[in-house]
Design a protein around this ligand. Sequence first.
Ligand SMILES: C[S@@+](CC[C@H](N)C(=O)[O-])C[C@H]1O[C@@H](n2cnc3c(N)ncnc32)[C@H](O)[C@@H]1O
Length: 446
Amino acid sequence: MEDKDRLVAVKTLCDIDEKKSYSNIKLNYYFKKYDLSPVDRAFSTEILYGTIRWRLRIDYVISRFAKNGINKISPWVLNSIRIAIYQIFFMDRVPDFAAVDRSVEIVKQKEPRAASFTNAVLRNILRNKDIFNSINVKDKYKRLSIEYSHPEWFVKKFINELGEEFTIELMKKNNTPSELTARVNTLKISKEDLVKIFESKGIEVQNGRLHESIIFNGYSNIEKSYEFNNGYFIIQDEASMLSSKILNPMPSERIIDMCSAPGGKTTHMAQLMTNKGEILAFDIYEHKLKLINENAKKLGIDIIKTQLRDATLYYEDLKDSADKVLVDAPCSGLGLIRKKPEIRWNINENSIIELSKVQKAIINNAAKYVKQKGTLLYSTCTITKEENENIIYDFLKNNKNFDLIDICDYIPKEFKNDDCKKGFLKLYPNINNCDGFFIAKFERKW
Ligand SMILES: C[S@@+](CC[C@H](N)C(=O)[O-])C[C@H]1O[C@@H](n2cnc3c(N)ncnc32)[C@H](O)[C@@H]1O
């Protein structure tokens, strides 16, 4: 079959819309099914993520040419049109006619009667290319929402909380792909030795901003490498690494990780503990616990004990039992929009409220497992107040035996701001060039 790369992008987009599939999982599934070459995979990936990122802006253009409105267009046809528009406006190397013709061909495969409509809409857009840059909407929030392709509630919420200039910078950054960052597994190899191996293989890596972090320069197949499969490194963002570093687990301590899968932080803590001590790692999904065990095995770690537990429930057997407890809570993930651009379309203000209830339940249980003078760390990969500041201040109100503690010593200058003295750190992609993240550390006083 011809042009499998674009077909894969359309199929993945339809699965995301209709079955709420995860983009990365579906994309990999279709890569294998259609046996795509590395070059085709890169092309599909660019079209897919670009189209998801710019969906609202693209749909605005379509809506100006589709007489009966965008809602009347079937997902197959709509997504075929969307990918063509992405190529026309964002990919200089693709000739306009190729973008149009290929999408018309894809439409023909499933809905031949819609081919002439697709052709007409796309050719009309080509004749009126200026429209992409003339967003004819008076309302400021709506206009910014279209211009930067983020939901309107997101624009309003963050302009109210962080100001217009900051929110625009945040959205601009969210629309750029992130670097591929990895954590060197110092239990198996030093950073210097791993970098030397990569250099000898012509794989470009840069030193990261943390002792154990490195950054790959555009190498997309790194997870197929011998070094990855032998556990010399794991893919992880620096913001996520900071969470374990700030908790500062020590060899021979007993740690509880309340929400641990797939084990990025659990295995990092084990690494910081030089694989000595004990980590109880919980998750609510059995299949996700398997991922932790697989990761730990690959990384040469044997101090992690995975257990199927619901962190919103209280377990008497764990009372006062841990030196340190990590709550890396399930959250809206709005700090990860660069890596998972669809998050912005799947989350709304109600889901944030629902998640904050789960987060409250988890942190309050976690506190009961901390020994006297022990520590509790709360983190999320999101930037909403509801899931971060509100949670920790509510927690302090209900747990008078805990205090926030200064975390400045653990934070390199590129990530630091004055809040570290108060005991927390909020990271933004546009400021810190990492995932959006929140970390707060408490000590149990009595
Ligand atoms: C942010 S992720 C954790 C990421 C992990 N700490 C890491 O660094 O790789 C949140 C995890 O919480 C799990 N989870 C959601 N609800 C839970 C619950 N009630 N109890 C325990 N785990 C839960 C999810 O399955 C998910 O794996």
